[in-house]
Design a protein around this ligand. Structure first.
Ligand SMILES: NC(=O)c1ccc[n+]([C@@H]2O[C@H](COP(=O)([O-])OP(=O)(O)OC[C@H]3O[C@@H](n4cnc5c(N)ncnc54)[C@H](O)[C@@H]3O)[C@@H](O)[C@H]2O)c1
Length: 376
């Protein structure tokens, strides 16, 4: 049976690849990936939840079509993105006889995709890998663009490399088993693309948020396709985040990472939840500086609230002041020559990179925000 899917191209000099998006792709993709196997098998990395909810259908389909899978299963969660598991994956791949031209499959969320991509980068000085993202966040963000990493004791994603996948297969139907909170976290990244450079997409998100959350297929596919198209064009313009274009994707992330760091980078505040609050803060800060007209942050918070996302520092499971949050920002890997680049906005759909922000001003803004939230 052939299946219909949409294709988005990521156009990079020597590393171009396709993103395919279609309901049911994971159970109908042998014709697409068969020629990427050297010997009728794939080495696949996943995690325990994905092994339970998504892998069986995929494996069944592969085996019916005479493609064998050898599987390495990671424990669940952010903590799995560590040196020890990287070593285990690399030793396992070597023991399985991986060769440079092989395509290793990452079946899972951002954690599986990031660590598998990094292992693929360093094994045999660079193997290919295929991303089959199974969370909404991974489908609209982490599976595209080639950022791979593990966490170090000192912070998140501090050890990593740029390594583009050879193919991304997105099946929105695998989201049916994903917990609602994880869907909402991915939705924050979808809204981000509207806020960066596409006001009409932000308006579309506002109009379609209810349809999206009941799992309407056409709505989900449109949201995912628009998001990865936006990401693909930004990545094509600045593959390795050198010119400042790719930095636009970090909208809400400097504030968000500080909140995540304070919450301990675990399940208490998901990445997309930190980004949701961070985006509202970036717009509110832009408003206080007179860069952006008033009430934009309010509109954004209203949409994110419909998705049951946090929108205020007070909604996060933390209790701290501006000084503490700024302290986390100082460890951000984007810090350069003592300055931290911030993504600010002139309006919804008009984000820009500001390199000259006074950190004392940010500290004061955060203290004022925390104080005003106490009284609202
Ligand atoms: N490389 C990039 O450009 C980039 C961008 C954004 C985020 N990230 C990274 O992505 C990671 C977060 O990714 P995430 O939000 O996908 O988290 P995740 O990979 O931890 O997945 C979230 C949870 O959902 C479970 N899960 C995954 N698919 C499922 C499914 N279909 N059904 C049921 N459960 C399922 C997982 O087991 C896990 O418990 C972070 O490490 C972050 O640093 C990377």
């Amino acid at each position: 049976m052939t299946i219909s899917y949409e294709t988005v191209k990521v156009a990079l000099n020597n590393n171009s690849y396709d993103i395919l998006i279609g309901d049911g792709l994971t159970a109908q993709c042998t014709n697409i990936i068969r020629d990427k196997s050297r010997d009728g098998k794939f080495l696949l990395i996943t995690d325990e939840n994905v092994a339970r909810y998504v892998l069986p259908k995929f494996q069944n389909h592969m085996e019916k079509n005479n493609i064998r899978l050898e599987i390495f299963t990671l424990p669940v969660g952010e903590k799995a993105k560590n040196w020890i598991n990287l070593e285990h994956i690399c030793e396992w791949l070597i023991a399985k006889g991986v060769e440079r031209n092989d395509h290793i499959i990452a079946l899972g969320g951002g954690v599986v995709g990031d660590i598998t991509g990094f292992a693929a980068h360093i094994i045999k000085r660079g193997c290919n890998f295929i991303q089959i993202p199974t969370t909404l966040l991974a489908q609209v963000d982490s599976s595209v663009g080639g950022k791979t990493a593990i966490n170090s004791k000192s912070g998140k994603n501090l050890v990593g490399a740029f390594h583009q996948p050879s193919l991304v297969l997105i099946d929105p139907m695998v989201l049916d088993s994903l917990p609602p909170r994880e869907i909402a976290a991915g939705f924050a990244e979808i809204v981000k693309y509207g806020l960066i450079q596409d006001k009409s997409f932000f308006n579309w998100c506002n109009a379609e948020v209810e349809n999206f959350f009941v799992g309407d297929s056409a709505t989900r596919i449109h949201a995912i396709k628009t998001s990865v198209t936006a990401k693909a064009s930004i990545v094509a313009a600045d593959e390795q985040e050198r010119s400042g274009v790719r930095a636009l994707l970090n909208l809400g992330h400097t504030f968000g990472h500080a909140l995540e760091a304070e919450a301990g980078f675990g399940d208490t505040l998901l990445h997309g939840e930190g980004v949701a609050v961070g985006m509202v803060l970036a717009f509110r800060y832009s408003e206080t500086q007179g860069l952006c007209p008033p009430h934009q942050a309010k509109k954004i918070a209203a949409l994110l609230s419909k998705a049951k996302l946090p929108t205020r520092i007070a909604d996060c499971p933390i209790s701290c002041d501006g000084e503490t949050l700024v302290g986390h920002m100082m460890h951000d890997k984007k810090m350069s020559a003592g300055k931290l680049p911030f993504l600010l906005a002139r309006a919804i759909g008009q984000a820009f990179l500001a390199n000259d922000i006074d950190i004392d001003n940010i500290r004061q803004f955060l203290d004022d925000t925390i104080a005003s939230e106490k009284h609202s």
